[in-house]
Design a protein around this ligand. Sequence first.
Ligand SMILES: [Fe+2]
Ligand SMILES: [Fe+2]
Length: 307
Amino acid sequence: MTQAVDTEYMRVPIRGLTGLNPIGFPVYLEGSGGNPPVLYVQEGASFDLGREKTLVDGGVEAVLIPRKNRAKYLDRIENHLEALSKDPTLPLESRVTVLYEAAVEATENLFRDPLNRVKVHRCERMVRTQASVILREPEGFLAIRKVMGAGSSLTLHSVSVSALATAAAARLFPDSVSKVSLVGTAGLLHDIGRVGFDEEVGGMESSAHCLRGERILQELGLPDEVVQAAALHHERLDGSGFPNGFKGEQLDPVTQIVAMADCFDGIRVEHEGRIGVFDCFQIMVKTYRGCFDERHFRAFLKAFGSR
Ligand SMILES: [Fe+2]
Ligand SMILES: [Fe+2]
C-alpha cells in the first residue's frame, strides 16, 4: 500500500463485516498498480453473504475502510472479534491488527468516560481475547508488538503496558487464561487515575494518580488485584518506590508484573522509541536492580523471543 493510502485507510479482513444491517461506512477495494482504492459498497448499503462470497471467490481477503470510520467499523465487528482472532484462514498479522485497533478504540472510549461500566467491560473482553491469542500462538505477542503504536499518549501507553504485562503473565501462568487476562486488565487500567490530569506520558508522575485510579477502579467494582495495581504500580520490590515505600510481599504478583511492564514502556517513551528492546532491558537491569522479581523479569525477557 502506498503511504497516502496507508494513512487514510485501514486494511481489514472481510470476515466479520458481513451482516444483516446496512453497513455504516463505505468499503473499498485496493486499486491495482498504484491506482487509488475503488468503492465497493457504499455507506448505507447492505454487505451480505453474497458480497462476501464474490470477494472470497475472487481471491480477495481484505478490504479498505476509511480510517475516520474506525469506530463504526469496530462497532460492527465487535461481536466477531473472538472468532476473528481464532480464524485459521486469516494471517496472524491481520488478526492482531484488528485486535490492536479495537483495543485502542475501546480504551480511548473508556478514557473519555472512565466511570462507565459498559465501556470497562468492553475493554476487559478485548484484553481477554488478546490474552487467548498470546497464550495460544507461539508468535502471538511478537506479532502484536509489530503493530503496537509508539506514541506517548496515555491510551497508547496503557494498551502497550497491557500487552507487555500479558506477555510476561502468559509465560508465568501458561495454563490460566483468567489469570493472564487479569494481569492484562490491570495493565490497561493502571494509569486510569491520570485521565483528565497528567495525561502526557514521560513526565514525572505524582502519587495522586495512584490514589485516584484506586478509587475509580473500586467504584467500577473491578477485582482487588486490578485495584491494587493502579494504587501500587510505582512501588518497588526493594521498598524504593512510592507512594508508601511498600516492599516484597506487600505487593501482589499482578501489581509487580504491571509495575515491570510500566517501567519498560516508560523507558521506551523516554527515549522516544529510538532504542531497541534489549537496550530497554539493559537499562532495567542497570537502573532498577532489586526493583522487580527475578522470575518475573526472566519470563518477561523470554516473551520477546518466540517459543
Ligand atoms: Fe503511573
Ligand atoms: Fe504508566
